[in-house]
Each structure stands twice: as C-alpha cells, then as structure tokens.
Design a protein around this ligand. Structure first.
Ligand code: SF4
Length: 477
C-alpha cells in the first residue's frame, strides 16, 4: 500500500461525498444489509447472550494465542498439512511464490481472501509471471475492472448492475449486454467454471482455524471456495494469526454470529471444514495443503491489552454497514484493505499509525459500530485510544512507544493550545476576562472556514449565565 495514497484520505472522502450516485448506491446497499441483519436478531435477549458468548470465545482464544498457534501447527502437521510462518507481507508473498514455483504453477485460482488483498498477492504474482484469478463473484468483478474491493464481505458493492453488465459485455468473449442479475451471475459462473479445473493451485482465506483438531473453517455462498480448495492439486490457505479458536465446540456460536451479522443469513450455503490433503480412500481433494500464518503487525496489537481487542474481529462487516461515515464515503476512500470502523482500528497495526493517521478520526463516535459488533469489540473506545496515540509523543519515560508511527499527529503548538485552554477554564479570573473579550474576538471566526461554511455561528448572549444568576439573586433580595 503506497503511503501517498493513504495520506490523501481527506481529498478522497471529499470526492466521494460529492459523488451523489455513489452515495446513493452505498446508502441503499447498506440499508438492505442492515434490514437483513436486524431480521436475524429479533430477540434482544438471545442477541445479548450470543454476543457475550462470542466475546468470551474470542477473548479466551486470544488469551492463549501463543499456545494455540503451536498446538494448531502440530495438529495441522499431523493431518498432513504444511504450516508456514510469515512476519511481513513480503515474506508471505515469497512463501506462496516459492510453493507455486516448486509446483511449476502458472495459474492460481483464488477463493475469497482479504489477507491476500492485504499482502497484495495478485500484484506480486503478476510481477513473477503467475496469473492469479479471483473466483468469488465480487472479487472477479473488481479484478476485471482493475479495482480494489470496497467492502470486506461484498467487494463489488460500489458497482451498479449496469456497470457490471457493461464490464462483462466488454471483457468476456461473446457476451451480450444484459442487466438481468441472474443472467449476469450465470455469465460469471460460466467464465469461471473451467478455470477451477485448469488451475494447478488454489488459494483461500480462512474464517477460523481450530487448534484442537488442526482444522480450517471456510464459509461461503457460491461454492467457489470449495472448488478452489478441492479441484487443484495444491491448496494454499492464508490467514492472520488471530483467527485461532481453541476448540471445535467454539465454532457453532461464532458461525451463527458471523453469518447472521454479515449477510443476514442463518447459515451460509457452504461451510467447509478442511483437515488435510486427500487421503488414499478419498476421491477428490488436493495432494498438498499449505497454511500461511501471517503476523503483519498483529503482534503489536496483541502486546497491548486494550488494543488486543481489535484481534477479536471475525470480519463480519456489520460495523461498516452501520457506520454513517462508511455509508457516505464508501470503501475506496479509506485507501486501505479493510475500510470502515474495523479498518480504522486494524490498519494502524498493519501499516503503522503514521501512514493511517486520519483513520481514527474518520468516525462520528456515534457508537453504532460497537453496538452491532457480534464479538463486542469496543470500537469507539479503541478509536479514541488511537487518537490519543496519534498525538502522544512516543519514546518518553511517561509514554513508552506502543505503536509504529505513534505521535504522527503530535504538534507542539496544539499541545500548548490545549494547555492554555485548560488554564483558562480552571482559573476563574482568567475565564471571566476571556469571556468579556470573546465578543471582541468574534471577527476572527470567519477564518475557521471549513467549520462555518456549513454552519451558522451561534451568537454570544449579551449576558452570561453567571450574570443572569447574579441579577436574579439581586432581584430576589
Ligand atoms: S469489528 Fe466487529 S462488527 Fe466489525 S467486522 Fe469485526 S466482528 Fe464484525
């Protein structure tokens, strides 16, 4: 991810809010998802109990994460899978490239994987003459349009059916223009079908990794995940290290929270549990299964007890759907793999706070994200914490550095301004003097143009509350 792109958050957001058509698409898509999710949780008591359980399962898994990772590795190896550890995106790309080179793979078919977006795997492989073909319909569309996903669950949600129809007609051979959604899906499926059998290797993400059994869990609706993990002779799964669960028994609670929160479905069409390569008595499945466990800044979040809660995330996307900022600016404006509230709290760990310094402020702090999070991540609290880290000068005795890029928004002038403000408001004589001169300073206010261009400045009352009370008391006596 290029730094200059990330630093343009304000201008991208401004452009996005000025695009009425785009805003309309996001508004109606989010309204649809919000209604579907709400219909899945009609009973507030059940919702409260379920998310409490979900939170406990995720917190327990994180509390034992180092142990669970080792246990998972042992179990997965016993199951015949190969486990790889990657600290950085480059290492992950090199590991995957190495596997593909050894297997002389020229085409890789991909199930949906946001972690592969995070490491920019497609671009890396393309530079090394290996074609990576997306098979999730949304990912297929954004790849064809040479764009990035704008939502973690629905990558092409920013596209209208007319745009998709035009894209398919232009890019897929012998395809007529049609706005019929079912026909468009069939066109996409036909284009992809043979690719599953042509590809030498398949790559998938992971929703949960179960340490007890060394099992990978993968949920999806299109069947492309199952095809890309079972048709090619090599399957590579990539996941962040935080996706561990302790036991198989933890899975049902998280699955129901995930699918209901993400797409408003009681369960997805496919739930894949992968526990190794094809065995001698099995008819299908890959000959090799590799798992790449990626850190990429997650250990930094893990080291801080409050920020660790970020890693509870099960990537349902509900916080994005309910966020008034995401709904207006859409996913691309964030400039990061994970947009919306979850992106604003995870991206500073993946990319550094200096590179993502505007994101913790891209929130009204209305609290909707925290209210709908199925694993009770206190997102607004974490956003506030990141804002503090943004303006905290790191490396001093009082503020040991906890994050890469900490202090990115630190300004001595701002610090002095707040110290002056504090002094003013805690010293009665100074406060009274400043209030008397406030009316005289009002001519400075138009210079705060960004604030006043959409608001009317409130008029300063002729008498203050103190003066009114004093006058009232004098009148009474
Ligand atoms: S932070 Fe919570 S609501 Fe947002 S994607 Fe993660 S689990 Fe879902």
């Amino acid at each position: 991810m290029k730094t200059e792109i990330l630093h343009n958050f304000t201008s991208r957001s401004r452009a996005a809010t000025a695009d009425e058509a785009q805003r309309g698409k996001f508004r109606s898509a989010m309204d649809f998802l919000i209604a579907k999710r709400a219909a899945q949780f009609p009973d507030p008591t059940e919702w409260a109990e379920l998310r409490e359980s979900g939170q406990q399962i995720r917190q327990r898994a994180l509390a034992y994460l180092p142990k669970l990772l080792v246990q998972f590795e042992q179990k997965a190896q016993q199951n015949g899978m190969t486990v790889h550890w990657a600290e950085t995106p480059l290492e992950a790309n090199q590991i995957i490239h190495g596997i593909l080179q050894r297997q002389q793979v020229r085409t890789l078919i991909k199930g949906k994987s946001m972690v592969s977006e995070e490491i920019e795997l497609n671009q890396y492989l393309q530079a090394h003459s290996i074609q990576a073909l997306e098979s999730d319909m949304g990912e297929f569309i954004v790849q064809m349009a040479d764009e990035k996903p704008s939502h973690i669950i629905m990558p092409a949600i920013h596209k209208s059916k007319q745009e998709i129809a035009a894209l398919f007609a232009a890019e897929i051979d012998d395809t007529p223009y049609t706005e019929d959604v079912d026909e468009l899906i069939q066109i996409g499926r036909q284009a992809l079908r043979q690719q599953f059998f042509n590809a030498d290797a398949g790559l998938s993400g992971v929703n949960f990794a179960i340490a007890e059994t060394g099992t990978l869990c993968l949920v999806e609706n299109e069947g492309n995940g199952r095809l890309s993990t079972s048709c090619p002779r090599v399957h590579i799964a990539i996941t962040g290290i935080e996706k561990m669960l302790e036991n198989l028994a933890d899975l049902p609670t998280l699955l129901t929270l995930l699918t209901r929160s993400a797409t408003g479905q009681p369960i997805t069409t496919y739930v894949n549990l992968i526990s190794g390569p094809r065995r001698a008595d099995e008819q299908d499945g890959p000959e090799e299964v590799h798992i790449v466990l990626l850190d990429n800044g997650r250990s930094q979040a893990y080291a801080d007890v409050q920020l660790r809660q970020t890693l509870q995330c099960i990537r349902c996307g509900a916080c994005m759907n309910h966020c008034p900022v995401y709904t207006r600016i859409g996913g691309h404006a964030y400039g990061t793999t994970y947009p919306g509230p979850i992106g604003s709290i995870i991206s500073p760990h993946l990319l550094g706070l200096a590179e993502t310094r505007d994101l913790p402020s891209a929130s009204t702090l209305c609290g909707a994200c925290g209210d709908v999070c199925p694993v009770k991540i206190p997102i607004p609290e974490l956003l506030l914490r990141l804002r503090v880290e943004n303006v905290t000068r790191a490396g001093t005795k009082d503020h040991p550095a906890v994050m890469r890029g900490q202090g990115a928004k630190y300004r001595l002038s701002e610090k002095l301004a707040w110290q002056a403000w504090s002094l003013l408001n805690t010293t009665p004589a100074l406060y009274l003097a400043s209030r008397r001169s406030a009316a005289g300073l009002r001519h400075l206010i138009p210079s705060v143009k960004a604030w006043t261009q959409a608001r009317v400045m409130p008029k300063i009352a002729p008498q203050s509350l103190h003066e009114l009370i004093k006058a009232h008391q004098e009148q009474k006596s």
